[in-house]
Design a binder for this molecule. Structure first.
Ligand code: HEM
Length: 407
């Protein structure tokens, strides 16, 4: 596969805004996606750990983390769509070829994800009172987590396959015989996959500190439980950081020969430094963890660490596709479409901002209230405004579609 062939696979319509915009948004949204994935994986792990234990604190934590895991799956899925859109805009020759080569798995991905999520809800339906009652069918939660990992592995394979255009023909027609089944998973790097998965141990550590701070104001919370959570969060952060750095080193050592020096690039060092800092922070913070800035701040630090990981990951992709195969994602023809660009940012900032502000306010205030929570008139107004904005957006969507269709 030579460079001209790769360019020939591009969309002739060009892209509707400068490609650098898609590149930056792709990196940022991937970081958010993987952050939600890691909260989901870490929380699911803690649910299983607690559900299989008789210890009262572990069971109490399992009940809380089941609530987190359920929501985190939906956040991970929604935030997975965003990098999917961006990656297929500027890297379409690579992304689509990789998807076609493993088409059966790409379709299976949706089925596996659906079954995994349903199993989590099945476990939830059977275990509303995990803290106080015996666990029913823990196997469903274990299988759910295993299926989520399969889903992540499929994504991983698609990302790794797209980086090897020199091998596509060999995968498509091994020994000259065409295999159009799409059943193969042709390339993976278990170090890289383990790196992303192990970061969930680090991320859930910082999530636990935030959770601890969140519940610490409630009168019905046992101080022994809060103290136990602090120790657990510190241990998980440290273990997660060490694991991730270990797997990360393995990933860097197994890069293709042409990229062997990438492990020494400033991007990698910066990401590794942030991972290490996030890992040791709970120990460094000591009792400061009781202050909101530190209680919640560590999760913010983990998010920054993941943004730097996402940047390093993108630099590697850039180095491979440009350095080894001559493909420059930034010279994509631009067919500027101001309306869609403004619509995108308008939707994101105005609708996304208002609706998210409403949801977060309600979730926050409800969690801090003992007994039944009643929103204030201002919060109710924000809720009504969110509904009006979404309704206007949907009307606009159909009016615009009809105008384009009939015009
Ligand atoms: C819920 C289970 C999921 C898990 C455990 C998971 C995990 C992962 C992991 C580990 C990666 C990084 C792969 C690598 O770079 O080696 C990744 C990338 C990605 N995931 Fe997910 N994922 C999940 C769901 C989804 C869903 C539902 C979508 C889309 C709707 C999605 C879209 C993506 C995309 C587009 C990338 C690659 C982005 C890029 O290369 O720029 N993921 N995912």
């Amino acid at each position: 596969m030579n460079t001209e062939m790769l360019y020939a696979l591009r969309d002739v319509a060009g892209v509707p805004s400068h490609p650098v915009l898609f590149l930056i948004l792709g990196v940022l949204t991937f970081a958010l996606h993987i952050l939600a994935v890691q909260v989901m994986l870490g929380a699911s792990g803690l649910v299983i750990w607690g559900a299989l234990s008789k210890d009262a604190y572990k069971r109490q934590l399992a009940q809380a983390m089941l609530g987190t895991a359920k929501i985190a799956v939906s956040v991970a899925v929604v935030l997975g769509v965003a990098p999917l859109l961006f990656v297929q805009v500027i890297y379409d020759p690579f992304w689509y070829t990789s998807n076609v080569l493993s088409a059966t798995w790409v379709i299976g991905f949706i089925v596996i994800l659906t079954v995994g999520y349903l199993l989590m809800y099945f476990f939830y339906a059977k275990n509303h009172h995990l803290a106080t009652q015996k666990t029913v069918c823990p196997g469903s939660m274990i299988l759910s987590l295993a299926l989520m990992l399969v889903v992540g592995f499929i994504m991983h394979v698609l990302v790794v396959q797209m980086l090897s255009p020199d091998q596509w023909m060999q995968w498509y027609a091994p020994n000259g015989e065409i295999d159009a089944s799409g059943r193969g998973l042709h390339a993976y790097n278990l170090w890289r996959f383990a790196f992303f998965i192990s970061l969930s141990v680090l991320v859930i550590g910082s999530w636990l500190l935030a959770y601890r701070h969140y519940i610490s104001h409630r009168t019905d919370v046992d101080s022994g439980y809060l103290q136990w959570l602090k120790g657990l969060a510190g241990a998980l952060s440290l273990a997660g950081g060490i694991l991730a750095i270990g797997f990360g080193i393995g990933w860097m050592l197994t890069l293709p020969e042409s990229q062997a020096s990438f492990g020494f690039s400033p991007w990698v060092w910066l990401a590794a430094l942030m991972i290490a800092l996030t890992a040791v922070m709970p120990k460094l913070m000591g009792n400061k963890v009781n202050a909101p800035l530190f209680g919640y701040g560590l999760f913010g630090l983990a998010a920054v660490a993941l943004i730097l990981v996402a940047v390093a990951r993108e630099m590697l992709r850039w180095n491979i596709l440009f350095g080894d195969f001559g493909y420059n994602a930034l010279d994509y023809a631009v067919n500027m479409d101001w309306y869609s660009t403004l619509l995108f940012f308008g939707t994101f900032l105005i609708i996304g901002g208002t609706v998210l502000a409403y949801f977060l306010t309600v979730a926050w205030q409800a969690g801090q209230t003992d007994g039944v929570y009643t929103p204030s008139p201002a919060v109710t107004r924000l809720g009504n405004l969110s509904i009006i904005l979404i309704t206007l957006w949907i009307i606009h969507f159909f009016v615009l579609g009809l105008w384009v269709w009939l015009g």
